[in-house]
Design a protein around this ligand. Structure first.
Ligand SMILES: [Zn+2]
Length: 182
């Protein structure tokens, strides 16, 4: 069996692994390491526990927030929270509006495997009337140069829900008057 090819650039090691499944990598100190390519698959069983209504809601085209039941607090979260992060009191579910405003965003030119095909894509923090925290989701149907702070956006839901946060994303509002201007 031939010795695997030797590389000093890890990018070239990765290319070689695609081809042959094994390579030697020599670092700047002259240390040589054998690197192999090994398929790996995981089935991850995940319970949403108290967050369950949020994900069931996405599948029904609803955005659900968590409202603190302490009358002295009453904070509303735009994400699922079983208990209030400020005062520790249990929360109750409330419907969030399906439109909001873009609070901030970033454009991702790289992503995890599930999102690589979509790159570059926009990730936005969306603010909703009546909620004190933000929801992180993709912003579609707009390129980076079209986005701005305060831009009205509205939710879209996956017609084939996967019970994941990616079941919801936002697009620029096309309604009259530019949506919800608080
Ligand atoms: Zn509270």
């Amino acid at each position: 069996m031939a010795r695997p090819k030797l590389f000093e650039s890890f990018r070239e090691v990765q290319a070689e692994l695609e081809r042959s499944g094994a390579a030697l990598f020599r670092d700047k100190d002259g240390f040589e390491a054998l690197v192999i390519r090994n398929p790996y698959a995981v089935q991850y069983i995940h319970s949403y526990a108290e967050d369950t209504p949020f994900f069931l809601g996405l599948a029904e085209g609803k955005l659900m927030g968590s409202n603190c039941t302490n009358p002295k607090c009453g904070f509303t979260y735009a994400t699922p929270r079983g208990h209030c992060m400020i005062c520790g009191t249990r929360t109750r579910w409330v419907d969030l509006p399906l439109s909001g405003k873009l609070h901030s965003w970033t454009t991702c030119h790289f992503g995890s495997e599930a999102f690589l095909k979509e790159t570059p894509y926009n990730l936005g923090l969306v603010e909703f009337k009546g909620a004190g925290s933000l929801l992180l989701a993709r912003v579609k149907e707009a390129v980076e140069s079209e986005l701005y702070v305060g831009m009205p956006v509205e939710a879209r839901f996956d017609a084939m829900p996967k019970f994941s946060i990616t079941d919801v994303w936002f697009v620029p509002s096309r309604g009259s008057g530019g949506g919800d201007r608080r």
